[in-house]
Design a protein around this ligand. Structure first.
Ligand code: ADP
Ligand code: MG
Length: 322
């Protein structure tokens, strides 16, 4: 499909999310290869259908280790390491809680407290036993479930970026339902980079707070407005607190991370969500390659720094704070 002078946009719905690929040449074959790659990767990681390697681990919980392929082992090892960081709210064993709430999958009620407590007993990342010698993963307790929903898209976005580069593409963008990964800059003269919209929380589908300009970077947003339900004035969203069993409750509406790798963007959006603005900014002071934009309930937009992107505010309801 031709959208403007030279950009060709290809779309599909995969992993329950709209996927958009932008190229600067008309190349259906390449687009087809990208969508197939995404599908094939999703089949390794999904926990919503049997047959994936991650499902095999979950089904053997409390019984025996499962040998998995190298990429699946590596992604689980990475998610495990992040889960064990001090004060990390990222938890790869969040599966039982996610299933209990069913947020984004017809869940519209608050589960009973006893049920949430029972789930919490099954979400200790120390109960994941990894053996790099055999590439096997064992969940120590029956009922435990790994959920890679917070990072699979980032991992896959990086795979797509590597594939496009390997195919000789110098300029492209892939948007995996909120995970944007780019190759180079748009092929335009004097381009300020890719313009990536920062969504207005709870706004109409195309309402933006502002625009982020980047080149050769990943831009990942995680927001409470993406998947949620409301009950008695409370918004129950899909990023869960592994201490309480309830959605993480702080001043944030969304966190956007700008980084080279989309997997880092995914890891940090969840980590920073768990930290809140103050601790989040302090944490990023030590990682100059990772930058974030926090959007708060009191309508502030806070950038950790702007070394690798520029941001233009569009919505007068929000104000930039530093
Ligand atoms: P999306 O881009 O689909 O909105 P996110 O990257 O924000 O997803 O991650 C949310 C998903 O991560 C949830 O749907 C769930 O599968 C999983 N998840 C929820 N809470 C946690 C948590 N505390 N740690 C790790 N993963 C989580
Ligand atoms: Mg994420």
């Amino acid at each position: 499909m031709l959208t403007d002078a030279r950009v060709y946009a290809y779309s599909a719905v995969l992993m329950g999310s709209p996927i958009l690929l932008k190229l600067f040449e008309h190349n259906e074959t390449l687009a087809g290869q990208v969508f197939r790659l995404i599908k094939q990767q999703e089949n390794l990681f999904t926990v919503n259908r049997s047959g994936s390697e991650v499902m095999a681990i979950n089904q053997a919980a409390g019984q025996h280790p499962v040998v998995v392929s190298q990429p699946v082992f590596d992604l689980i090892a990475c998610a495990h390491a992040v889960s064990l960081l001090p004060d990390s709210r990222f938890n790869l064993t969040i599966g039982p809680l996610v299933k209990c709430w069913k947020i984004g999958f017809q869940g519209h009620s608050v589960p009973p407290a006893e049920k949430l407590q029972a789930c919490l007993a099954l979400t200790n990342p120390h109960d994941v036993i990894l053996d790099p010698a055999s590439n096997s993963v064992m969940l120590a307790k029956a009922g435990m479930e790994i959920d890679l929903g917070a990072i699979a898209k980032g991992y896959i976005a990086d795979r797509v970026q590597a594939f496009l580069r390997q195919q000789g593409v110098n300029s492209a963008l892939i948007n995996l339902g909120g995970n944007v990964q780019t190759v180079g800059s748009p092929e335009e003269e004097a381009s300020p980079g890719w313009a990536i919209g920062l969504k207005k929380p709870f706004g109409t589908a195309d309402a933006l707070i502002g625009v982020i300009h980047v080149a050769d970077k990943s831009v990942v947003t995680s927001g409470i407005y993406e998947r949620y339900f409301e009950l008695n004035g409370v918004c129950y969203h899909h990023i869960l607190d592994d201490r309480s069993g309830y959605p993480l409750d702080n001043e944030l509406l969304s966190v956007t991370v700008i980084s080279d790798r989309s997997i880092d963007g995914d890891i940090y959006t969840t980590l920073l969500y768990g930290m809140g603005v103050e601790k989040g900014i302090a944490c990023l002071a030590d990682s100059p390659a990772i930058e974030a934009i926090f959007v708060t309930r009191d309508k502030q937009v806070i950038c950790s720094s702007q070394r690798h992107f520029s941001f233009s505010l569009l919505d007068a309801d929000y104000r930039l704070a530093y």
